[in-house]
Design a protein around this ligand. Structure first.
Ligand SMILES: Cc1ncc(COP(=O)(O)O)c(C=O)c1O
Ligand SMILES: Nc1c(O)cccc1C(=O)C[C@H](N)C(=O)O
Length: 397
């Protein structure tokens, strides 16, 4: 760096076309680099939630299912998320947790597989644990074999026995971005269905679900989509699969005529058949309000800023932190990088504690990984420089 990192940060912030979005969030002093775990609060959400509670629930009560659009919220909010993950309308439905949607998607994919003699569910061996636990249970329930495989070995592991492959788009620990287009086509060439977990990519980078012919996908909304703690997840079922999608959790909300309350189940058309029971309206409408910060924001611009931020943070770490104290686990090439930087560091727990005490909030993945998430909507280059400088100070530089 010829210019000082702080000077460069100021110039980058001044040129940042997304910089104005930060004021939409309730962020005080300090540097928040944990939006890959829990996104920050958009400042207008409390008032909107208060309206849902006091007027919609408090005054309109039961009428709100229709008059306040409660009943149709899962599909409506799904359609708001859809463009952020490259999906056309009518394919994304919001509800339940990511874990529950992984279950629906994996069992649903096994049932969609045209060859019932295929024996294997291949799962990303480096997956966030919940996906692995659920895939294992789904395998037992469907009489399949679970085959854990590192994403880099996935193409070689696929074969005539593969029914379904479940892959994380971005690795939660290292921040590695897996190649969704090429892995999806390898899965399809093997005659299997591709299920993607988008928790760490949606809202941080383009996903292109329709363009790459993904079969099913799931994701959470409390990270880069800023929906709030425990906000509902979503399920994507590609239009071409919807008529045959046979959810393992057919509830009255996925029935074609819920209020007929018939003893026999008849699945609703479209993404609605991915619903189960009564939606969690308070969380769901908080999410709907939170998604307004995306109005007019291009996901390509978000991706460009995300890469610039993580590049710059790594540059500042290299400039400030003595050699050998941290090692980046995050790939340096852009094509393999999500929106976080993971640094392996001795005594990582104590280091993160001291960073947090200095107002730099990242998180720790035991035993030795410091994670720093970069949410382009509200993180700036000055934040990246301050975080690297605090890290160097904590490490005694
Ligand atoms: C890749 C991935 N899948 C799933 C989850 C969690 O699922 P749930 O929303 O059910 O807690 C997380 C994080 O919590 C995650 O990082
Ligand atoms: N979902 C979480 C929660 O309820 C509590 C604390 C953390 C989380 C997370 O999202 C963890 C996150 N998926 C991770 O990448 O580690």
């Amino acid at each position: 760096m010829s210019e000082s990192p702080a000077g460069k940060a100021a110039a980058l912030d001044a040129a940042d076309e997304l910089a104005g979005l930060r004021k939409l969030f309730a962020l005080g002093e300090g540097v928040y680099l944990d939006g890959n775990s829990l996104g920050a609060l958009p400042a207008h959400v409390p008032e909107r939630v208060a309206d849902v509670v006091t007027r919609q629930w408090g005054e309109l009560r039961i009428r709100s299912w229709d008059e306040s659009g409660w009943w149709t919220a899962p599909e409506r909010i799904g359609d708001r998320i859809a463009p952020l993950v490259g999906a056309g309308p009518g394919q994304v439905v919001v509800g339940d947790s990511t874990s529950v949607n992984v279950f629906k998607a994996v069992v649903g994919a096994v049932r969609l597989c045209s060859d019932p003699t295929r024996t294997d569910i291949v799962v990303d061996a480096t997956t966030f644990p919940t996906d692995g636990y659920i895939a294992e249970s789904a395998a037992r329930m469907t009489g399949k074999r679970l085959v854990p495989v590192a994403p880099s070995d996935l193409p070689a592991a696929l074969g005539p026995n593969t029914a379904v492959a479940l892959v994380n788009h971005v690795d939660y620990r290292t921040g590695r971005l897996h190649d969704l287009p090429s892995l999806t086509s390898a899965i399809h060439e093997a005659g299997a269905l591709a299920v993607w977990d988008l928790c760490h990519s949606a809202g941080a980078l383009p996903v292109g679900l329709d363009a790459h012919e993904v079969d099913l996908a799931v994701g959470c909304t409390y990270k880069y989509l800023n929906g709030g703690p425990g906000s509902p997840a979503y399920l994507y079922v590609a239009e071409r699969h919807q008529a045959a999608f046979d959810s393992p959790l057919p509830g009255w909300n996925s029935h074609t005529d819920p209020f007929a309350m018939t003893p026999s189940f008849e699945a609703a058309p479209g993404a609605t058949r991915g619903r189960v029971g009564t939606p969690d309206i308070l969380s769901m409408l908080a999410l709907e309000a939170a998604l307004e910060v995306w109005d007019g924001v291009s996901i390509d611009a978000v991706r460009a800023k995300s890469l610039a931020l993580t590049d710059f943070f790594l540059e500042c770490v290299a400039a400030y932190v003595p050699p050998g104290r941290v090692t980046s686990l995050t790939p340096s090439d852009h094509a393999s990088r999500g929106s976080q930087v993971a640094l392996r560091c001795e005594e990582a727990p104590a280091v993160m504690e001291k960073l947090i005490a200095r107002g730099v909030v990242g998180d720790l993945r035991r035993p030795d990984v410091l994670r720093f998430g970069f949410t382009p909507l509200y993180v700036g280059f000055g934040d990246a420089e301050r975080a690297a400088s605090a890290l160097a100070e904590v490490l005694g530089a």
